[in-house]
Every structure is written in C-alpha cells, then in structure tokens.
Design a protein around this ligand. Sequence first.
Ligand code: SAM
Length: 241
Amino acid sequence: MKKDETFKWDDKKFVEFYTDSANVIILERLRLIKILLEIVEFHFPSLSGLNILDLGCGDGIISRHIYDTSPDNSFFLVDASEEMLKKAKTNLSGANATYSHYTFQDYIASRTEYSKYNIVFSANAIHHLDFVEKTELFSKIYNELQFGGLFLNIDPVHPNSAYSEEIQFEIWRSWMNETLAKSGHKDAVGKYDTIPSVYKNNLENKPSSLWDQLEMLGKCGFRDVDCFYKYGIFSLFGGAK
Ligand SMILES: C[S@@+](CC[C@H](N)C(=O)[O-])C[C@H]1O[C@@H](n2cnc3c(N)ncnc32)[C@H](O)[C@@H]1O
C-alpha cells in the first residue's frame, strides 16, 4: 500500500478533528452533499437496487445520507484509513455495505470489475492524487461503471492564478467565520483562519484545475460532463457513462 509520508488519516486525533469540524471548515459541505443527492435522485429516480461506490469514504457520512434516502442499495466503501473505516462501519450499521482498506493507488491497480457500479462518487479525497493518478482513477471508474452510470466528485480544485487563489482563500475564511458566528460561536471567529494556508502547504494536497479535470473526464469517455456547483475552491463535478 503506497501512502505519502504526510498521510495523517491514521491519526485518531486528526480524524476526530476532521469529523467534528468538517461542516465548518469545508465550505458549503452540507449544500454540496444535498446537490450530490439531488443529481443522484434525478439520474436514478427509483434509487434502489444500485451498486454504489464511495471512494475515500471517510466516516461514510455521504453514503449514510443516500442510505437514509433509500436503504435498498449495496454500498462499497473504500478508504486508506482504518480509523475512518471504523467510523464508517458504525455510521452504516444495518446497510448492505462492503468495506475495503485500500488506497486509491491499490484501487487503481486492482483487477477491474467491468460494469459493476451504477454510481461512483467521492468527496474531498481525490485531490490527494496528482493529475496522472487522477487520470488513471477516472479511467478505472469509467470502466467499472455500467452504461447509464454516474460519477460525481466533490473536491477542492486548483485556482487558475495566484491572485484568484488569494480571492478564493479569503472567500473560504469569511465563509468559515460567518458559519461560526451564525452557529452561536462568535467567540471562535478567526479560529480557522490559517486553514487555507495549511491546506496549501500540505504536500498531501494536490488539487488540479477544474477545467483540466472536466476535459480529462470527457477524454475518458464520460458524457454530460459538467461542474454542478462551485464556491471558492470547492466544487462538485462529474459525468455519466
Ligand atoms: C477529507 S476526508 C473526506 C472523507 C469523506 N469523503 C467526507 O467527505 O467526509 C479525506 C479522506 O480521503 C482518504 N484518503 C486520503 N488519501 C487517500 C488515498 N491515497 N487513498 C484512499 N483514501 C485516501 C482519507 O483517509 C480520508 O478519509
């Protein structure tokens, strides 16, 4: 299993920090999840009997949202962190779910199960891959989707210029502070102001430009490729097979 030396998702404290603060430090996370669900329900109105792959599932909270909407689906959850998978198992207890302690690199190298899935999605995880690995991953996902299947990715993307990055990081900081103030934590305003620069300086984060990724999805064969939402660096994009 190949993990970057900066991989911190095995650290219990870091995992607790992420799961406790995700709705504040990831800009419009709940809205992004809501839009992902809306697209899934539009594409699969009955939303049942489907094979659903959650890549970089973390604590499985997005699969849980789908399960709560419609429990009659099979969930496949992949993550490189055992700590996260433990949480996912708890969050999805009762669901028909299979868990794989895999890195994306393991997943890419694994035997391709052609046309296995109806839906593949990922949230805030694929930016841990460089562009070559992203391309390999998109191609693998395409092969493992059935015709008519759907791939959706919620992920931070790389700004087109340093100036644009400055603007988008400021948008990120002000959203976090607005969210803290609105949720009764006025005293905590400013607490997360360093997060954009910590994110930028962490070698584990390798965001690619939105445009490059949309273009690559098209080259891999996806149709109806589009960006469905973007606020600052946080985006939701994907396509159908
Ligand atoms: C920010 S969390 C997102 C978790 C979840 N998808 C969510 O939206 O809450 C990133 C997740 O990606 C996983 N991850 C990071 N690098 C990975 C890799 N190379 N292969 C597989 N999973 C990875 C981490 O273990 C972590 O659970």
